[in-house]
Design a protein around this ligand. Structure first.
Ligand SMILES: [Zn+2]
Length: 200
């Protein structure tokens, strides 16, 4: 990694370039906006960032992002606790949740297996999923990792991990184009993929 630039302005610009979709030019533009425009915007942004860093953490049950010990989905008594949908990231969870037809719970793995990037099983929350399943209340686990090579490999890994339990394992239907991601699917595609799930 390049050494950190010395000045505060340069450090802000350098930090911005590490955000997705922000190149050096955009970073410079945003930096100047924050410095020369309405200072309230900069203060609001700083406060909001400080808040999420300090207050938001993984749910102790499902690893969704939450400000409490348990997320609002896990603590919602109207949700169906017998079904757990396994996703790669909190963002994937949010996509499925926006499709609004699923009433079960989730489990966020925290990524997908990517051997070439040194992302191995120890970095996933799969062991915690196994412990949840072993408690005996979950009857179905829906593998909703992305339909990519790495997502499929991750689904296979989770499925093998749960093989000695009594839980039914299903996979999202192939309504989503292969190699695509949940992120690119619309609500109807996600609903169809969930409704059409099949035994893994
Ligand atoms: Zn939760």
């Amino acid at each position: 990694m390049a050494s950190e630039p010395a000045g505060a302005v340069e450090r802000l610009a350098a930090a911005l370039t590490r955000l997705p979709g922000i190149g050096p030019k955009s970073a410079e533009r945003i930096t100047h906006f924050l410095l020369t425009g309405d200072r309230d915007v900069a203060a609001m942004l700083a406060a909001a960032l400080k808040d999420v860093i300090e207050k938001v953490h993984p749910c102790r049950e499902c690893f969704n992002l939450t400000e409490g010990a348990v997320c609002r989905i896990c603590s919602d008594a109207r949700r169906d606790g017998s079904t757990v949908c396994v996703v790669e990231t909190p963002r994937d969870l949010a996509m499925l949740e926006r499709a609004a037809t699923y009433r079960g719970l989730y489990h966020v793995l925290g990524g997908r297996l990517a051997p070439l990037d040194n992302f191995g099983p120890e970095k996933l929350t799969a062991d915690a999923l196994l412990r949840r399943v072993q408690r005996g209340e979950i009857r179905e686990v829906i593998l909703a990792t992305n339909p990519t090579l790495e997502g499929d490999g991750t689904a296979l890994y989770v499925s093998n991990l749960l093989a000695n339990t009594q839980v039914r394992i299903t996979r999202l239907a192939r309504g989503l184009p292969s190699g695509s991601t949940l992120e690119l699917a619309n609500a109807q595609m996600l609903t169809d993929a969930l409704d059409g799930r099949r035994a893994f």
